[in-house]
Design a protein around this ligand. Structure first.
Ligand code: ATP
Ligand code: LTN
Length: 325
C-alpha cells in the first residue's frame, strides 16, 4: 500500500489542517509507505509573492516536521524538484475533458475570488494533482473533504488512461478522517476554518498560549446554554466539541456528560487549556528546527532522490504506452 498527499506552501498551518490531514499522515507513516510533497507548482496558480516562495517552502517543511512527519519513515520532497510531475501533467491533460475541469468546485470558487487571475494553470490544477498522485502508483490519498472531488477526478483519469493506452496506473482512493474532515471557523461556524479567509476564526498550530486563549474565548457560540453536539442547531458549540474530542481522545458523548450543567465559559476555558497543552510540543519542536536549516534541506534533498526514482519509472512506462519512446 502506498500513500500520497500534498501540502501547499501557503500560509501557516492551522488546527483544521492538522485534524483534517496531518494527524492521519502521522498515523499512516507508522504502518505503510508514505510520500508527502510540498506542492509549490500548485501554489503559483493563485496570487503569490515570488520573493517569499522559497521561505514559505522552508517554513512549511519545518511546520510539517514539527507536527510529526518523520523523514525516516516517509519520503518528503518539493514538487518542482521532480520534473516528472509537470511532464506527466501535460500527457494526462490530453485525455482530460475540459468540462471535467470547469465543473470543479475549487476552480469555480477560486475564479470567483481572484477574478483578475483566472489562468489556465488554475483550471489545470487538478491534472497536476492527478499527476502527483498517479506517478507514485498511489493506493490511498488522505486529504480534507474539500479535496475529495480532485481525487475522484484523478481516479477517472487513471481509468481512462489504462483503458486507452494500457494498464499503468492504480486507481487511488480518498481517505477522509471520520470526524474532523471539516473543522469550521471559530468566527463563522458555517465556513471552514481557513487562515487566508478569516485569521481570527483560526487557531494556528504554533500560536502562542495567549493567542489561543483569546481566540477560543471569543469563539462564536449559539443560543441556549447547553454543551450539546448538534451541528444544525448549534454549529459553534458542535465545532468546539469536535475539536475538544479530537485533541483529548474523549468521545463527544463523554464530553457532553463532563460539561453537563456547566456554561459556555467553563467549557471554553477548559478547551483553551487543552489546546495550549496539546500544541506546546509543536511550538517547541518548530523553534528547534528553525535553528537547523541545513538538516531540513538535507531531508528534502534525500526525499527528492527517492521520489524521482519512482516517478521516472512510472513516466517511462507512460511514455512507452503513449508511443513517445
Ligand atoms: P486555507 O484555507 O487556510 O488556505 P487550505 O485549505 O488552503 O487552508 P491546504 O494547504 O490547501 O489548506 O490544505 C492542507 C490540507 O488540510 C488539505 O488536505 C485540506 O483538505 C485540509 N484542510 C484545510 N482546511 C481544513 C479544515 N478546515 N478542516 C479540515 N481539513 C482541512
Ligand atoms: N490540492 C491539495 C494539495 C495537493 C494534493 C496533491 C493533495 C496537491 N497535490 C496530491 C493530495 C494529493 C490541497 O490541499 N489544496
Amino acid at each position: 500500500m502506498r500513500v500520497f498527499s500534498g501540502i501547499r506552501p501557503t500560509g501557516e498551518l492551522h488546527i483544521g489542517n492538522y485534524l483534517g490531514a496531518i494527524k492521519q499522515w502521522i498515523e499512516l507513516q507508522e504502518k505503510t509507505e508514505c510520500v508527502f510533497c510540498i506542492v509549490d507548482l500548485h501554489a503559483v496558480t493563485t496570487p503569490y509573492e515570488p520573493e517569499n516562495l522559497q521561505a514559505n517552502i522552508k517554513d512549511v517543511a519545518i511546520a510539517y516536521l514539527a507536527a510529526g512527519l518523520n523523514p525516516e519513515k516517509c519520503i518528503f520532497f518539493v514538487q518542482s524538484e521532480v520534473k516528472e510531475h509537470t511532464e506527466l501533467t501535460w500527457l494526462l491533460g490530453t485525455i482530460t475533458p475540459l468540462g471535467d475541469l470547469q465543473r470543479m468546485t475549487q476552480f469555480k470558487e477560486k475564479s470567483k475570488k481572484h477574478k483578475e487571475y483566472v489562468n489556465a494553470g488554475l483550471l489545470n490544477y487538478p491534472i497536476l494533482m492527478a499527476a502527483d498522485i498517479l506517478l507514485y502508483k498511489t493506493d490511498l490519498v488522505p486529504v480534507g473533504k474539500d479535496q475529495e472531488q480532485h481525487v475522484e477526478l484523478a481516479r477517472t483519469i487513471a481509468r481512462k488512461f489504462n483503458k486507452t493506452f494500457g494498464e499503468v496506473f492504480k486507481e487511488p482512493k480518498v481517505v477522509l478522517p471520520k470526524i474532523g474532515a471539516k473543522i469550521m471557523s471559530l468566527q463563522k461556524p458555517a465556513k471552514k476554518m481557513s487562515k487566508t479567509d478569516d485569521p481570527r476564526g483560526c487557531i494556528g498550530l504554533f500560536d502562542e498560549p495567549e493567542e489561543i486563549e483569546k481566540k477560543i474565548l471569543a469563539a462564536v457560540t449559539d443560543t441556549g446554554r447547553a454543551i450539546r453536539y448538534n451541528p444544525k442547531l448549534k454549529p459553534g458549540i458542535s465545532n468546539l466539541l469536535t475539536i475538544y474530542s479530537l485533541f483529548s481522545g474523549k468521545g463527544i458523548k463523554e464530553l457532553e456528560r463532563k460539561f453537563k450543567g456547566k456554561g459556555y465559559a467553563d467549557f471554553k476555558k477548559s478547551l483553551a487549556e487543552l489546546l495550549i497543552n496539546s500544541l506546546e510540543p509543536f511550538r517547541r519542536k518548530r523553534k528547534e528546527l528553525l535553528q537547523r536549516e541545513v538538516y531540513v534541506k538535507e531531508i528534502l534533498a534525500k526525499g527528492q532522490k527517492r521520489a524521482q526514482i519512482i516517478a521516472q519509472s512510472t513516466l517511462q512506462d507512460v511514455k512507452k504506452k503513449m508511443g513517445l519512446t
